[in-house]
Design a protein around this ligand. Structure first.
Ligand code: ADP
Ligand code: MG
Length: 150
């Protein structure tokens, strides 16, 4: 477990961008945190690093939004999901096993269907700032976290 203090919004963006540069096809990022913790802010910077030109907003009504970058970006927000089965209805298998990067906001709600390896990131309120807690699952993500914090 690695903790990074995110003093302000710019720091969130800076880390998000840096992380985005370390991602490769098939990477899966699970973003956990209360409303307003910074999940979408971080996703926006990640997307920038992946050379996505579109402006990213939370996919509130669609569960997943797809973007074209140097590789595809699949941005999930599963806050309103009823059960994991709904994920399969929207083609979850193809997304998760595909060549794009998957970012899943509220991934704790679909914990039973997460892949074997992923990067678990929790964003926590810390007074007016935020704290980022990184838990890599699998060697690929351990290396990414190592790079991110070096
Ligand atoms: P979420 O998607 O988790 O609901 P958003 O990214 O939509 O959260 O909103 C996060 C809010 O917190 C934004 O208003 C953003 O400016 C702010 N924010 C992001 N990072 C920090 C930080 N490190 N410290 C203080 N405020 C932050
Ligand atoms: Mg959001």
């Amino acid at each position: 477990m690695i903790k990074i203090y995110l003093e302000d919004e710019n720091k969130t963006k800076e880390i998000g961008y840096k992380l985005g540069k370390l991602l490769t096809p098939g990477s899966v990022i699970c973003l956990i945190g209360d409303l307003g913790a910074g999940k979408t802010t971080m996703t926006q910077s990640l997307a920038k690093a992946l050379e996505v030109d579109d402006y990213i907003t939370s996919p509130t009504f669609t569960i997943v939004n797809e973007y074209e970058g140097k590789m595809p970006l699949y941005h999930f927000d599963v806050y309103r999901i009823g059960s994991s089965d709904e994920m399969y209805d929207i083609g979850y298998d193809e997304y998760i096993n595909g060549e794009g990067v998957c970012i899943i906001e509220w991934a704790n709600l679909i914990e039973d269907i997460l892949p074997e390896e992923y990067l678990h990131i929790e964003l926590r309120y810390k007074d007016m700032s935020r704290e980022m807690i990184l838990n890599p699952v699998g060697e690929k993500y351990e290396k990414i976290v190592e790079e991110l914090t070096r």
